[in-house]
Ligand binder design. Structure first.
Ligand code: HEC
Length: 169
């Protein structure tokens, strides 16, 4: 390595460094330019933009004040989901009833347990249908409304009751 060599290296090195700095400056100015054209006042004043920002920064809670018009606080109406199509008894039973009635959980009369079902069957099918649809609190436990599946149609629940009754006689 001679002094000559070192000097040549240094010159080239400085040249490359200078070019890189120039590129950096160009990119910086370009970025400023782009942001100036996209974040300008006319963009920030755009109603759609403002609505979007307001939506993002709105308070998480709102207060109802007695005697004032609080109608704006009413929860948005949720369209009731259309009830599912009627299903067969066995299908409904396996989906919604077996959890309790399969093994006789929490006092539920077990499927095919004739002794548990005969006094219930004696009440009449209409009563059993009604108890399954509207829920029933007996001495054994709580039968939830539609077995907890309020999304199922009445007919589906009735089919499931008939299925259980037929299999427990
Ligand atoms: C969370 C548990 C649970 C689920 C799920 C459940 N049941 Fe029950 N069900 C019970 C219990 C507990 C009883 C007994 C209540 C009593 O007699 O005290 C019962 C009782 C019944 C009875 C007899 C009511 C009477 O008058 O004796 C019918 C019919 C019935 N269930 C139908 C269904 C159907 C149909 C489903 C499914 C759609 C279902 N159950 C899902 C817990 C459940």
């Amino acid at each position: 390595m001679s002094v000559e060599h070192d000097k040549k290296f240094f010159d080239t090195f400085m040249l490359v460094l200078g070019i890189l700095i120039a590129i950096t400056l160009v990119l910086y100015i370009l970025a400023r330019n782009v942001s100036a054209n996209t974040q300008e006042q006319h963009v920030l004043a755009d109603p759609a933009m403002r609505a979007a920002v307001n939506e993002r920064i709105k308070p998480v809670a709102r207060l109802a004040i007695a005697g004032k018009d609080n109608s704006a606080l009413a929860p948005a109406k949720v369209e009731a989901a259309a009830p599912l199509a009627d299903m067969g008894g066995e299908e409904v039973y396996n989906m919604a009833c077996v959890a309790c009635h399969g093994a006789g959980v929490a006092g539920a009369p077990k499927y095919s347990d004739k002794a548990a079902w005969s006094p219930r069957i004696a009440k009449g099918t209409d009563t059993l249908h009604e108890h399954a649809l509207k829920g029933f609190q007996g001495t054994a436990g709580i039968m939830p409304i539609k077995g907890g599946r309020v999304d199922l149609s009445d007919k589906s629940i009735i089919n499931a009751v008939d299925y259980m009754v037929a299999g427990s006689k």
